[in-house]
Design a protein around this ligand. Sequence first.
Ligand code: ATP
Ligand code: MG
Length: 200
Amino acid sequence: MSQETQKKHQTKMARKKKVVDEGINRADREQGLLLVLTGNGKGKSSSAFGMIARALGHGMKVGVAQFIKGSSDTGEESFFKGHPRVTWHVLGEGFTWETQNLEKDKQTAENGWDVARQMLHDPSYDLIVLDELTYPLRYKWLDMDKVLADLQARHDMQHVVVTGRGALSALVEAADTVTELADKKHAYRAGVKAQKGIDL
Ligand code: ATP
Ligand code: MG
């Protein structure tokens, strides 16, 4: 590589570093965040569970509330459930086409929200994952205003991650960080069943 190329690169990178450093210095606040992971692509719950590992690595306390799916045998549940700083609630009873009982779905969701609300009102939780909360909100089993009020009333350093497809705009607006995962391809459609360690 010529000296001139090297010098040009150095000048360009110095400029870039200045921009990056300025950005980092500008973001100097600390606060509890509301994150929404939505969209049709794979990676919503596994990303939320990845943040649990991060939080535990920092000695933080974590609460999980899983809406919709009832008995789940995911690797994350069995891995994290025994951890002394993790509380894990499975609050769902299956998808609505499985239960086929609207009144019961509504009651299950409301009971589930009572459990989630207790964690939101407990400032000792540093991170709370509300897995698949988007569905009871979409189906109107839970009142959006009530849910948002409980989220807003939480301790100001508590982080909350909501997952699920089709997040309603009111939830997206209330959130600080929103990621929409896009579905480009999924092995399921090629006939591969859910694989341990990847899908559950
Ligand atoms: P993961 O738990 O793997 O991060 P997810 O939370 O984004 O996935 P969900 O909608 O909760 O996705 O679905 C959970 C299961 O469905 C997983 O087994 C996942 O691999 C699978 N899945 C996710 N996206 C798709 C898709 N687009 N088509 C088919 N199956 C999918
Ligand atoms: Mg999921």
